[in-house]
Write a protein that binds this ligand. Structure first.
Ligand code: SF4
Length: 492
């Protein structure tokens, strides 16, 4: 695929919910062997973590803001159908066109038709997780349309024929020497004397991108928020590339996950405080672009909003799991996660890496049990709870991880009761009456087994399922009941 500059433009190699067929433990093993990657990640996440903590500490009512963000999201999910209809009406009333897409294929075909109708062969893009999720770049490439990422980190990933590894810093796994090498190899018109000085690298990208912005007819964006009350879309960013994409081309196509709604402008106020401090550790993000429909002679004259479901309705139907849809993609949970810090984002094999990816991706796609690579994601956590503490909208990710693990187990056994279920049922029955409990104790010989080392390290099946990975404390020589009976006898 060629851009107008005759530049080969590569779509990122990995898209969709899951890139490979490797489970998380297998993929993590490969990533852990990459010492350069681990060094880059450790440096980057430690720096972002410290900055975020300082930025958050400046806000005395941070906890109240988090509670407000959580409540607004919960209310939005509860009213999602009516709010979506309100958004559609407001966008249409202001000259925009709304399209509904059930899945990735439908969304891609809508965007392709829209681009084709303009006659453009190239689009500029603002970084968008939703378009990565649906594999839009690849679909456009198959249709003969080149999609150029304009966010600096996304551009590095794209020119490097690589895949993003972080929600906010997609090229976090690359250091500046690697970036220089990528630019020299893949960026047209680049100065061959380019050094790895960060300023020089940024200027090279700026020069290249500026030419693309000025010639683009069509832009494709995501959006951080959509206000149902007014039909306004909002993109927050740091580089100004978003502002260029959203204002210069004649046609703007925005792809939005249906969960990105907020009911009113007042609600937006809460998230515009929570997001920048949690993501880039800034008090306010440098660029906040908002647009409502179209305005004659000002900005894009054609605006299309593509609303995608792609599994979200299914997540919404799960009262516990739906809180994963509250995510505002700040990436704070990634930066505090000890698992992410060591493996990086590629090991998750999902567009959404880290703790939020571990609970969102398997829910969006569903899982068929432990053979499914997506099913390994909710186990990619130590359940330490750091992600919950960092999350600006108080998503209880540890609780969700356990919930999604249970769904994986249910999917695996296909409705049939597991050995654990049967054991629990039997234990419940035995413990349901003092007589049955005493009989069970007697039958199991509890109280008569004397331990030597104090631990039992091997039991016959089904106990072996437990002792294969853990020891059991040896039961005491005497049960409580035996002790009680003996004591009372002595007193009598
Ligand atoms: S789950 Fe919370 S912390 Fe993680 S990216 Fe989403 S909003 Fe940010």
């Amino acid at each position: 695929m060629k851009t107008e500059l005759g530049t080969p433009v590569y779509a990122p190699a990995g898209v969709g919910h899951l890139r490979g067929t490797e489970s998380f433990p297998d993929a993590a093993r490969h990533e852990l062997a990459n010492t350069q990657l681990r060094r880059n990640l450790a440096n980057a996440t430690a720096t972002i973590r410290a900055k975020r903590e300082a930025a958050v500490a400046e806000v005395p009512d941070w906890e109240q803001l988090r509670l407000a963000g959580s409540a607004i999201k919960a209310q939005t999910m509860a009213r999602l159908p009516e709010l979506l209809v309100q958004l559609e009406q407001q966008v249409q009333a202001r000259g925009g066109v709304v399209h509904w897409a059930r899945d990735a294929a439908e969304a891609n075909s809508i965007v392709i038709d829209l681009v084709r109708s303009t006659g453009a062969e190239q689009v500029v893009k603002v970084k968008s997780m939703a378009t990565q999720e649906i594999g839009l770049n690849e679909a456009l490439a198959d249709a003969g349309i080149a999609a150029l990422e304009t966010d600096l980190a996304e551009l590095i990933v794209q020119l490097g024929e690589d895949t993003p590894s972080h929600i906010l810093v997609p090229a976090i796994h690359r250091n500046r020497a690697e970036i220089r090498e990528i630019f020299l190899r893949a960026m047209p018109g680049v100065d061959p004397q380019l050094t790895d000085d960060p300023h020089r690298l940024a200027m090279a990208a700026r020069q290249f991108l500026r030419r693309q912005f000025l010639s683009a007819q069509v832009a494709v964006s995501g959006a951080n928020f959509a206000v149902a009350e007014t039909g306004t879309l909002a993109v927050v960013e740091s580089e100004g590339n978003g502002r260029m994409c959203l204002t210069l081309p004649e046609t703007l196509i925005t792809v939005l996950g249906i969960e990105k709604l907020v009911p009113t402008w007042r609600d937006l106020e809460v998230f515009l405080q929570l997001l920048p401090r949690s993501s880039t550790a800034e008090r306010m993000n440098p660029y906040t672009s908002m647009w409502t429909g179209v305005h004659p002679g000002d900005g894009p004259q054609e605006f299309h909003l593509v609303l995608i479901d792609n599994g979200r309705t299914a997540v919404l139907s799960d009262e516990v799991g739906r809180t994963a849809l509250h995510c505002i993609r700040c990436s704070a949970c990634l930066n505090v996660c000890p698992v992410y810090e060591r493996t990086g984002g590629h090991a998750y094999g999902s567009v959404y890496p880290g703790p939020i990816g571990a609970v969102l991706s398997p829910q969006l796609t569903g899982t068929s049990g432990h053979g499914d690579p997506n099913a390994s994601l909710p186990y990619a956590s130590s359940l330490c709870g750091a992600c919950f503490d960092a999350c600006p909208v108080r998503i209880n990710i540890p609780e969700l991880l356990v919930h999604v693990r249970a769904k994986v187990v249910d999917a695996e056994r296909g409705g049939a009761p597991s050995g654990q279920d049967l054991a629990m049922k039997a234990a419940g029955w035995a413990m349901g009456s003092p007589g049955r409990f005493a009989a069970a104790e007697k039958a199991m010989g509890v109280g008569r087994v004397a331990g030597h080392s104090g631990r039992i390290s091997a039991l016959p099946w089904p106990g072996s399922l437990w002792t294969a990975s853990r020891d059991l404390p040896t039961p005491p020589k005497q049960t409580f009941r035996q002790w009680w009976a003996q004591r009372n006898q002595g007193e009598g």
